[in-house]
Design a protein around this ligand. Structure first.
Ligand code: IVH
Length: 671
């Protein structure tokens, strides 16, 4: 009995120890942004904790990090009435409105300090703790009644499940998604053919509205805490003190919070943080200005909607309203049909916006955009204009609902829906617009970089039947005189053009891979493929399995590459280009084309004593070889180190040449 109790105590002690290590690590990583243990160490402790929880569920504590993993699925969002309403803030847009705000406060007989804070662009949340343990979380809703989002908020790493004091407390703050997380989430969605999330705020709001907390957990949300509704309960006299108090409890507060004494200080803060905006890892849309002294806050009180002791300065608009006058369709080089918004011209951040892509049918339907709508436009990443939403209140009933076309707007061929069910394609391989777009893509700067063949000229040449195919570009020199006589051309520009065409023949392989227009293969992936395969024949012969294995390529793109080279038209194009003398070799970082290595396919198995796995792969690639993860009939050499795996057995079975480390080194050394 005694022995068993002792065993239980030991287990509990180890469990508590692990939990403390993990919660401290979590806090240091997610709140302080200052990790002190490695991810591997964290995973090791977490694994041990999970094993203990499985074996002894009675040990589990409510603040266990396993509660952050998610998995709880709810049926719907329960309504929650806020004990203290969650008010919104009044807005100010310029210096004189800030002066007015300060004047009104002074008129009430106050002369306060202000706390300036960043206005985080996310969604506000109220968190309740009981006896120091996380109890519930709710959205703002209409300010009076919000929704219970406890299951999702539990998964947010920077929100503690246990705070540093065993007290009951409510705190409020902003849940947000970092710019980096949005970017990687959208990269993934793009690969999966899902519509992209428009901005950090929508992405955070959408993630919090998931019924399945596993999805919310994967969205890597974050939170800053900025408001304590009952400071007097904790003997707190100023807002800044409240921020410090919340920080000491383990909440993440924003490091930019600052006390200033007057309007001048507020303006300086706005200017300073405004210039920092782009470099911040999360979106902000302004600065919040709050009276610091709690007594003064109490005296100033509230209007029906806002506290009189705080206001939000909003950065100048990045969104403008304009009319959606039409939706037109363009055809891309792959035949992809894209709906585009035609807008009443409007100036936004210094440039006139007339068009914006609407991506696909689903995008338009989801936003319920109708021709004639007043729509809000913003610049995504401050460059490409996008339609955010339509202002439905401005509708007068004459708007025309969007209908997806069924035939190609250029050649009239039937459209087919892609496997993902999102994109429509023109089925005509010879659709003139597709051909023109393919030519434009081939010559563009990031591809074969042929100067003097701009979009308009390509289109004109195509319409004049001077260029019909990519191959035709290389016989333009035979038509030199004809070109010189064309309107707008002269001896000099034609010579320059022909020179540029000639020069493009020596481009490194990645430009050609990009230029031939394999669906989804952009500049970066083209480089990865060129570097790996060194010449086009190796790439053409690459198996699907091998392509899938390439880091960053992924199964969808791998299939696109594989299928591209299984199409006889594309092989014919490559062969024709070869005959025309276009370089098909990667020229990048290949140091030597070592005859012992070049064009051979290598698989490495086991541990080498002088080289790391990635290191040996790049050495092989830099010598002109190709590396792969799995052994097949196409493998030329298997390099075997200590403790080789099943790849070695397979190599022997298939009779593939086997080199040990010494042999490899001999082969790498060129005499
Ligand atoms: S204080 C009574 N501080 O902005 C005080 N709000 O436009 C209530 N927000 O609903 C809010 N950053 O969602 C406050 N540092 C900050 C904020 C902030 C973002 C949001 C919050 C609020 C909205 C008002």
């Amino acid at each position: 009995m005694n022995i068993l109790r002792n065993y239980g105590d030991i287990m509990q002690e180890r469990y508590d120890e692990l939990l403390n290590i993990l919660n401290k690590a979590n806090y240091e990583y997610h709140v302080l942004d200052n990790p002190t243990i490695t991810d591997q160490e964290y995973d090791k402790y977490l694994r041990e904790l999970i094993d203990l929880e499985i074996a002894h569920p009675e040990l589990a504590r409510p603040d266990s990090p396993t509660n952050k993993i998610g998995g709880e699925v709810i049926e719907g969002f329960e309504k929650v009435r806020h004990d203290i309403p969650m008010l919104s803030l009044s807005n100010v847009f310029n210096e004189s409105e800030i002066i007015n705000f300060d004047d009104r406060i002074k008129k009430e007989g106050e002369n306060p300090n202000y706390v300036c804070e960043l206005k985080i662009d996310g969604l506000s949340v109220s968190l309740k703790y009981k006896n120091g343990l996380f109890f519930s979380a709710a959205t703002r809703g209409d300010g009076v009644v919000g929704e219970n989002i406890t299951h999702n908020v539990k998964t947010i790493r920077s929100i503690p499940l246990k705070i540093n004091k065993a007290i009951d407390i409510e705190v409020r703050g902003e849940i947000f998604m970092s710019k980096k997380t949005l970017k990687s989430l959208n990269e993934l969605r793009e690969k999966e053919g899902l519509p992209l999330l428009q901005n950090c705020r929508n992405a955070a709001a959408g993630s919090i509205r998931q019924l399945d907390s596993k999805i919310a957990e994967q969205r890597k949300l974050d939170a800053f805490i900025y408001h304590l509704p009952n400071p007097e309960d904790y003997g707190i006299k100023t807002h800044y003190e409240a921020l410090e108090f919340m920080k000491s409890l383990g909440f993440k507060t924003n490091p930019n919070n600052k006390i200033v004494s007057d309007v001048k200080g507020i303006i300086e803060y706005i200017n300073e943080k405004g210039s920092l905006r782009e470099s911040l890892p999360y979106d902000i849309d302004g600065v919040v200005i709050k009276v610091n002294e709690i007594d003064a806050q109490k005296r100033l009180g509230y209007t029906a909607k806002y506290p009189k002791w705080a206001t939000a300065y909003k950065f100048p608009a990045t969104e403008v309203l304009t009319k959606l006058t039409d939706i037109i369709f363009t055809v891309g080089r792959t035949g992809l049909i894209t709906p585009n918004a035609v807008l009443e011209p409007v100036i936004l951040q210094g440039s006139t916006i007339r068009r914006a892509t609407l991506h696909n049918e689903q995008y338009v339907l989801e936003k319920d955009l109708r021709i004639g709508d007043i729509v809000s436009i913003r610049k995504a990443g401050d460059v490409i204009p996008e339609v955010v939403n339509s202002v439905t209140e401005r509708r007068n009933g004459n708007e025309i609902a969007f209908v997806m076309i069924k035939k190609c707007p250029i050649c009239g061929s039937d459209l087919v829906l892609s496997k993902s069910g999102i994109d429509y394609f023109c089925t005509n391989d010879n659709c003139p617009k597709r051909n023109i777009e393919a030519l434009i893509h081939y010559v563009e700067r990031k591809a074969m970089n042929i100067d003097g063949l701009g979009e308009r000229i390509v289109e004109d040449f195509y319409n004049m039947k001077i260029i019909n195919t990519i191959e035709d570009i290389y016989s333009l020199n035979e038509r030199k005189q004809e070109l010189i006589e064309l309107e707008g051309f002269g001896e000099k520009s034609v010579s320059n053009l022909l020179e540029s065409i000639e020069k493009s023949k020596t481009n490194s392989l990645e430009r050609l891979i990009y230029g031939i227009g394999i669906s989804g293969i952009g500049e970066k992936n083209a480089k990865i493929l060129a570097k790996k395969y060194i010449n086009i024949d190796n790439l053409i012969n690459a198996s699907l399995e091998e392509l899938i294995e390439i880091k960053d390529i992924g199964p969808i793109l791998a299939k696109n590459v594989y299928d591209f080279f299984r199409d006889s038209h594309n092989i014919l194009l490559i062969n024709n280009l070869k005959k025309l003398g276009i370089n098909m070799q990667y020229k990048g970082e290949v140091i030597t084309e070592n005859p012992n290595i070049v064009n051979k396919k290598f698989v490495v198995t086991g541990t080498l004593s002088n080289y790391g796995r990635d290191e040996i792969k790049s050495i092989i690639e830099n010598n002109g070889g190709i590396t792969s993860e799995s052994v097949s009939k196409k493998t030329d050499v298997v390099i075997v180190g200590e403790n080789p795996g099943s790849k070695y057995d397979k190599a022997r079975e298939l009779g593939i040449e086997i080199w040990d480390e010494q042999k490899l080194e001999e082969m790498l050394t060129l005499s």
